[in-house]
Design a protein around this ligand. Sequence first.
Ligand code: ADP
Ligand code: MG
Length: 369
Amino acid sequence: MPARPSPHDGDDAPLIRIEGVSKTYPARAGAAPVAALSGIDLAVPKGEILGVIGRSGAGKSTLIRLINGLERPSAGRVVVGGAEVSALAERDLRAVRARVGMIFQHFNLLSSRTAADNVALPLEIAGWKRDAIRTRVADLLALVGLEDQARRYPAELSGGQKQRVGIARALATGPDVLLSDEATSALDPETTRAILALLKRINRDLGLTIVLITHEMSVIRAVADAVAVIEGGAIVERGSVFEVFTRPRAEITRSLLAGETGHGLPPGLAARIGPEPLPGAAPVLRLVFRGAGADTAVIARLARETGIEAAILAGSVDEIGGQPFGALAVALSAGPDVAARARAFLVGHGVETESLGYLAPNREEARVA
Ligand code: ADP
Ligand code: MG
């Protein structure tokens, strides 16, 4: 591809650079123009799995389609492997698309072609010889675990198998980048896990850079190294999966994370938590244990050393991005200065705390007691 050498494109330069990009779709009959993206800056290092998450209509698909030149930005530039995709003529974009594979939510397979012939398609377009295609397709089908399904038609395959064909097809021309637009959104949880594991293996074994779009934090958590959160056409948060999951800053990130990392409380409990310290109400804290130093025995120690008991209401201790992380919501025993004393103790033991309010006594429990 006609790469325009740039002084910024050394070996460790990001493989994908999106600089000051905006995209406005022109007005359609009776409707105003749509500003789908505005002021996007995003760099993706080679070999990274970047998850892009946001609600429906946030601009995710538009962003990914700019990377392989399916859309052109209204402003700014998109550079992939040194080639300025946003400035290329249609003829030169074909070469870019051979370096950038893509997989889709609904697989987009040709129903009239077998699995093998679907995978062969990009090679036929690229002008490969028959024998070379046959060998390459066999290798690709083996890579995705479908060596036994070569002669089957899409209608004879499960959703997970169809997506494996889609992945093999996307990898056919040996791309550096794989773009995934909600590739697991039509699959059940178990199949989703298997497909994400396959993507992770491909990333590791082939050194492929992956940009993966999803509306589910669980997908990001399972597979991504880094995450960009997109809302209303802008990137509102960007960082490592561990950083963003354990210190979400944007409101949208917190809401997408609810239920994923103990950030959320069961609705019944949440309804009983208010801002006022009413008589008999228990202070509720969110405790965050981050990284290797996280000491979850601290709750027992709190009781022993200060006499303050902390009942766990919700949360979990788990691993995110390969590092230990826990977020617990706890209700403290009532009493003067309890919250302040508990927080001082916990902070002194490396646990972050945040006040969630006060838990009104449960009428049922009060009556029984
Ligand atoms: P997401 O993938 O996050 O759901 P999209 O990138 O598909 O978001 O869409 C972002 C916004 O752009 C939405 O308001 C959508 O309706 C609009 N949009 C997307 N594609 C087009 C198009 N081809 N023409 C006009 N508007 C579009
Ligand atoms: Mg979309």
